[in-house]
Design a protein around this ligand. Structure first.
Ligand code: NAP
Length: 296
């Protein structure tokens, strides 16, 4: 699968990938790279990685596969720093939740030969927790991983990254960069915006203690993802700005229609919205239940 795999960003996703590959019997060396040696030492002590480097050039020396699993805001700088140090045949991928920005940044920094070996990816699995302590080998089992291969990509590079994720237990699908960002804005990014905003609105009310005190299971389910890492989600907002704004606009318009129906006491409009939503939710419930413990 690899001789030396370098994971830049050994947190929830990078750590879980390392664990999954090890559990699948991968024999090669796994080196972690990040900013904080304490985090990396913990990853090594937990057995997630074999060794670590805080210097990117040293970390990728000799690596035949590099996985970027940092927040999106760090990717541009990593591509710039990487390009002088990658081995000629090294295959690179990332796990970022938005693909357009990452692809633009890669195109701006990498050489043509490196770009041919950069295969953008996104595992549709995660939790609201962060850091290597939260990582686990089964995170990607039977979860989808979307690859958004570039026209420039070598088929063998795409095949290599596909194999990596399949070994981690994932079902790999492919789609275009633009389609990925539109779909994920609807299914993942908008729900995160709603959860964060709802909790923030309530948390700023003067009787918030009473409000949260009476919150029940439905509130807990709906808002679980508001515990996700604010840095990661800030970066997703910036990276996938257009598609997210499109979805927020759509949602705002529908919410306004509902508010108008409530104000007018229009029970038929209210019922229509709720009946349509219930039918759709019930239709997709099987699929949703299967991924109840993941957030993306
Ligand atoms: P995480 O648990 O916070 O891990 C991020 C890791 O990146 C940390 O180990 C951090 O270590 C390192 N890091 C941060 N900035 C860095 C930099 N400038 N240079 C090098 N290392 C850096 O985050 P995560 O949840 O695994 O998310 C990582 C990526 O996966 C994000 O791009 C996110 O969009 C994507 N993703 C997340 C989920 C999810 O549900 N969480 C799902 C799918 C995809 P140090 O602080 O020690 O540097």
């Amino acid at each position: 699968m690899f001789k030396r795999l370098c994971i830049v960003g050994v947190g929830l996703i990078g750590g879980s990938l390392a664990r999954a590959l090890r559990a699948a019997g991968a024999k090669g060396e796994i080196v972690g790279c990040g900013r904080d040696p304490d985090h990396l030492r913990l990853a090594r002590d937990l057995g997630v990685i074999d060794c670590y480097e805080t210097d990117l050039a040293t970390a990728v020396a000799g690596a035949d596969v590099v996985v970027l699993s940092t927040p999106l805001g760090a990717m541009a700088g990593l591509f710039t720093s990487l390009c002088d140090h990658l081995e000629a045949d090294c295959v690179i991928t990332d796990v970022g939740s938005s693909k357009g920005s990452v692809v633009n940044e890669a195109r701006a920094a990498l050489t043509a030969g490196q770009l041919a070996r950069f295969v953008p990816g996104h595992p549709i699995a995660g939790t609201e927790k962060s850091g290597v302590e939260a990582s686990f080998a089964e995170l990607f089992h039977q979860r989808r991983v979307i690859l958004t291969p570039l026209d420039e990509n070598l088929p063998e590079a795409v095949a290599r990254i596909r194999l990596l994720w399949e070994a981690a237990g994932s079902e790999v699908t492919e789609m275009s960069v633009a389609h990925h960002d539109t779909v994920l804005a609807a299914t993942s990014h908008l729900p995160h915006m709603l959860a964060y905003t709802l909790v923030d609105t309530l948390a700023r009310m003067h009787d918030k203690d009473e409000i949260f005190g009476y919150a029940a299971g439905g509130f807990r389910d709906f808002t679980r993802i508001a515990s996700s890492d604010p840095v990661m989600w800030r970066d997703v907002c910036i990276a996938n700005r257009e598609a997210i704004l499109g979805m927020i606009g759509r949602f705002q318009a529908d919410l306004t229609l509902l508010a108008e129906a409530i104000e007018a006491g229009d029970s038929s409009v209210i019922s229509d919205v709720f009946n349509r939503a219930k039918a759709a939710r019930d239709r997709y419930a099987g699929r949703l239940d299967a991924s109840a413990d993941v957030i993306e």
